[in-house]
Design a protein. Structure first.
Length: 446
């Protein structure tokens, strides 16, 4: 059952409680991740890289000053080789005074930027740094007065581990947490769903599934309140039924006595009128009983509305009425209903169409996704819009019906029909038919 319209932006959000709760959980987790990634990793990585790079820069600076102080080129080469052996990275010396100005530094490489900036500012010599040429090696070239000192610096001496690794870990942990939360959430949402299902079933007059209040305290309370409410409503229905049938039953005996006494009297105008009235009262009492019996005892069972309608339509055709019956071929027209109550409901409506119409009846059965609808139309005079609500009330009959005494009704037919549909969670709507008369739309939810 869909409940209520959703506003524009709500349409793009999950509709269920489960989805929403999950969203409330996931969005902050990812926001935290992004914040951590941006702030912490950037700051941390930047700081560590600058520190490590500075150490190397100082080393390079002292090498540079030693190498620059040496005037003999052959001696310089030997010295550089000696120096390079103990430091864990390669340096060499070339006699040229040109530094390849290679400085590509993509903005997104935080570490590379920090390496380049630190080496440039802390070495104290003109330096060119290339972080891109090789994956794990940074190439630096320092311009000395007598040549160029080149160094191939392993990246792990300049910066710390790739932060993507940390990100992957964070992701993995959050995914794990979300999975755990999903499992717990599902357990919390289940009792709410059960409560909704029970309330829905009760609204449709079906035997609601028995469920044990479980889950969070609020849910338990709602479930308990619902169970109490359901019991109260059931008690009230039972009381009403009992009272109505009691009254009807008690009225019957004096009415029968009155009818018998009247039959003994002489044929007079007054007596005839009284007899007539008593007969009408008896009919009313019968109607009352039917009304009271209405929804109470029967239990819903799978019922094919098409087959039921076919039977009623046949009865109506037997009364010389032209009935056009339309039903979907192979449509899903079976649903859980109380057979006697529903038969009474549909018969009342179709008989009305026969009684108050001009002889032609249209019965249309529609199987929709969420409900099954029966539309009954006739070609009579119909009912004025302002009277439509009125005639749904018990004992209300139209003027025509009273004056022409159309089969002596009690004015309960539509009330019973409405009662039955409501007890199944459906509705009964009166409108004007395209064929001229009244259109009665009865629907039963699935
Ligand atoms: N198809 C219809 N066309 C015109 N008027 C209608 C139609 N159906 C019902 N009515 C009006 O609504 C009134 C109430 O209908 P309802 O079925 O409740 O009672 P009834 O037919 O008079 O008596 P009962 O059905 O109890 O024998 C009728 O008296 C009639 O005036
Ligand atoms: Mg009727």
């Amino acid at each position: 059952m869909t409940a209520g319209p959703y506003s524009h932006w709500q349409r793009y959000l999950p509709k269920g409680l489960f989805g929403r709760a999950l969203l409330i959980l996931i969005v902050p987790v990812f926001l935290i991740q992004i914040t951590v990634a941006l702030v912490f990793i950037e700051r941390h990585l930047d700081g560590v890289t600058r520190q490590m790079s500075e150490t190397i820069a100082r080393e390079l600076r002292s090498f540079a000053s030693v190498v620059e102080a040496q005037s003999d080129p052959a001696e310089t080469g030997r010295m550089v080789t000696e120096l390079s052996s103990g430091i864990g990275y390669e340096i060499d010396f070339v006699q040229q005074d040109f530094i390849d100005p290679q400085e590509r530094r993509p903005f997104y490489l935080i570490a590379d930027r920090a390496i380049i900036e630190t080496l440039q500012s802390k070495t104290g010599y003109p330096i060119s740094v290339d972080t891109q040429r090789e994956n794990k090696v940074v190439h630096a070239a320092i311009q000395l007065s007598n040549g160029v000192l080149r160094a191939a610096l392993p990246k792990n001496r300049l910066t710390t581990r790739n932060p993507h690794f940390l990100l992957v870990w964070m992701m993995a942990v959050s995914v794990f947490l979300i999975v755990v939360a999903t499992l717990f959430l599902r357990n919390q949402v289940r009792p709410i769903r059960q409560l909704a299902e029970a309330a829905e079933a009760f609204g449709k007059g079906r035997t609601a599934p028995v469920f044990k209040p479980s889950g969070a305290e609020e849910v338990r309370r709602a479930a308990l309140a619902f169970t109490i409410m359901r019991a109260r409503i059931e008690r009230q229905i039972a009381q009403r039924t009992l009272m109505l049938s009691g009254v009807s039953h008690d009225l019957r005996t004096p009415l029968t006595r009155m009818r018998l006494s009247l039959a003994m009297m002489d044929e007079q105008e007054d007596v005839t009128r009284l007899t007539h009235d008593v007969a009408e009262m008896e009919r009313m009492v019968d109607g009352f009983l039917a009304f009271a019996r209405g929804e109470s005892i029967e239990t819903p069972e799978p019922l094919d509305l098409r087959m039921m309608l076919e039977g009623i339509v046949e009865d109506e055709r037997a009364k010389e009425r032209e009935v056009k019956f339309e039903a979907p071929v192979g449509g899903a027209t079976t649903l859980a209903l109380r057979p006697d109550a529903v038969r009474r409901c549909l018969r009342n409506v179709i008989e009305n169409a026969g009684k108050y119409g001009a002889g032609r009846i249209w019965v249309t059965l529609k199987a929709e996704a969420r409900q099954v609808t029966v539309v009954v139309e006739d070609d009579g005079d119909g009912v004025a819009p302002e009277m439509r609500e009125e005639i749904l009330r018990p004992f209300v009959r139209g003027d025509v019906a009273r004056n022409q005494d159309k089969g002596g009704g009690s004015g309960l037919g539509l009330s019973i029909a409405l009662d039955v549909t409501r007890a199944h969670g459906g509705n009964l709507i009166l409108s004007e038919s395209a064929h001229g008369g009244l259109a009665v739309t009865v629907n039963f939810p699935r």
